[in-house]
Design a protein around this ligand. Structure first.
Ligand code: NDP
Ligand code: KPL
Length: 312
C-alpha cells in the first residue's frame, strides 16, 4: 500500500486524496485550515457529485505540523503563495526515496521546490481536473480531467512513470510528458488570460468571449507570455496559444466556468495567484529586458482589487 500525503488539501488536494484512497492507497490529507481538518475528522470528507447523493468519505486529515512519518509520495496542492511555507513544514515527511509531486497552476514552482529538495525527489506537472471547496470538509466535483508529469532529475524517469501508473490506477488519467515545461507555460497562459480577465471584469469565460474586445485583450497578454517563455527555451507560439484558448469560450468546453481567480477574489475575497501568472511574466520580462506593460498593468489591477476586497 503506497503511503501518500496530500500537502494542501483544499478543493484539488481533497479530490486527489479521495480518488487515491478509493484506489487502495493509504492517504492523509494535510491542511492548515483547522476547521476543515476538524470537519473531515469528525464527519468524513463530504464529496458532492452532480446527480448523486453526497458521499461521506472517512479519510484521515491533520495539520501539516502534526504528522512526522516519512511518506512514499507527497502531492503538493497548496495555492502558489502557500508553497514555500508548506515545503518548510513537511520536511520531516521527506525521506531519500519520497517522491514529491507538484501540480499547482503557475510559473516558477520547480525553482522554489529545488530550494528545499534534491532534484531526484521532484516531479512536476499540470492537471486539467477541477474541484471546488464548498465549505470546511466539503468538496464539489464535476467533469473529467487528466494529469501530465515529468521528472526533474534526468535519471528519475522510471520513478516518474511509476507515479503515472499510481495516479492512473486511481482514475486520474495521468500521462508521462517529455516536455512538461511547455505544458506548464501553456496552462499558465490560459490562466493568465482567462483567470485574470474574468476576475477583473467579473464574468465567466463565455461572457468574456462574447465581448468584441476579447481577441485584442487575449492577444496583448499572450504576446508577452510568448516573448518571456522564449527566454526560458519554451516555444509558445501566439497563434497556437490563441487557438488553444478560444475554444474554451464555448459553454460545452469551459464557457460556463468562473475561473479559480474569480472564485478566489470576487466570490471568496481571498488572495489570488496573480504573482505566479501575469506577475511572473511581468517580473521576468523586466529582469530580462522584455517589455511586458500589459501583464504589469493586469497584475497591478488584480492587486488593487485584492486591496479593495480582502479584509485585513
Ligand atoms: N480548483 C481547481 O479547479 C483547480 C486548481 N488548480 C490549482 O491547484 C492548486 C490548489 O488549488 P485549490 O485546490 O483550488 O485551492 P483551494 O482554494 O481549494 O485551497 C487551497 C488552500 O487555501 C486555504 N483555504 C481555501 N479556502 C479557505 C477558506 N474558506 N478558509 C480558510 N482557508 C481556506 C486552505 O489552506 P490554508 O488553510 O493552509 O490556507 C486550502 O488548502 C492551485 O495552484 C490552483 O491554481 C489547478 C487546476 C484546477
Ligand atoms: C478552468 C481554467 C482553465 C480556467 O482558466 C482554470 O484552470 C482555472 O479556473 O483556474
Amino acid at each position: 500500500m503506497t503511503k501518500i500525503a496530500i500537502a494542501g488539501s483544499g478543493a484539488m488536494g481533497s479530490r486527489f486524496g479521495y480518488m487515491l484512497q478509493a484506489a487502495g492507497n493509504s492517504v492523509v490529507l494535510l491542511d492548515n485550515w483547522a476547521a476543515h481538518v476538524q470537519a473531515i475528522n469528525t464527519n468524513g470528507l463530504t464529496v458532492n457529485i452532480a446527480g448523486q447523493a453526497p458521499l461521506q468519505v472517512q479519510i484521515p486529515a491533520a495539520l501539516p505540523t502534526d504528522i512526522k512519518e516519512i511518506q512514499d509520495v507527497i502531492i503538493l496542492f497548496t495555492k502558489s503563495m502557500q508553497l514555500t511555507n508548506m515545503l518548510q513544514t513537511i520536511q520531516p515527511l521527506i525521506g531519500p526515496k519520497t517522491k514529491v509531486v507538484c501540480l499547482l497552476n503557475g510559473l516558477g514552482h520547480p525553482e522554489t521546490i529545488e530550494r528545499y529538495l534534491p532534484k531526484t525527489n521532484i516531479f512536476v506537472g499540470i492537471t486539467l481536473w477541477t474541484a471546488g471547496l464548498t465549505g470546511p470538509g466539503e468538496i464539489t466535483l464535476s467533469g473529467s480531467g487528466s494529469v501530465e508529469l515529468q521528472n526533474v532529475a534526468p535519471d528519475s524517469q522510471n520513478a516518474a512513470k511509476a507515479l503515472v501508473e499510481l495516479l492512473s490506477a486511481a482514475g486520474l488519467k495521468a500521462h508521462y510528458s517529455t516536455d512538461v515545461l511547455f505544458s506548464i507555460w501553456r496552462k499558465a497562459c490560459v490562466n493568465g488570460t482567462l483567470n485574470s480577465l474574468c476576475a477583473l471584469l467579473d464574468c465567466n469565460i463565455a461572457q468574456l468571449g462574447q465581448t468584441s474586445q476579447a481577441t485584442t485583450l487575449l492577444t496583448a497578454i499572450v504576446d508577452e507570455f510568448s516573448a518571456v517563455a522564449a527566454t526560458e527555451g519554451v516555444d509558445l507560439q501566439p497563434a497556437e496559444m490563441l487557438a488553444h484558448i478560444m475554444p474554451l469560450f464555448n459553454p460545452e468546453e469551459a464557457g460556463d466556468h468562473y475561473p479559480s481567480m474569480h472564485q478566489d477574489l470576487i466570490q471568496h475575497h481571498r488572495p489570488t495567484e496573480i504573482d505566479y501568472l501575469n506577475g511572473y511574466v511581468a517580473r521576468k520580462g523586466t529582469e530580462r529586458g522584455i517589455a511586458t506593460p500589459v501583464n504589469q498593468l493586469i497584475t497591478e489591477l488584480v492587486h488593487t482589487k485584492e486591496a479593495l476586497l480582502i479584509e485585513k
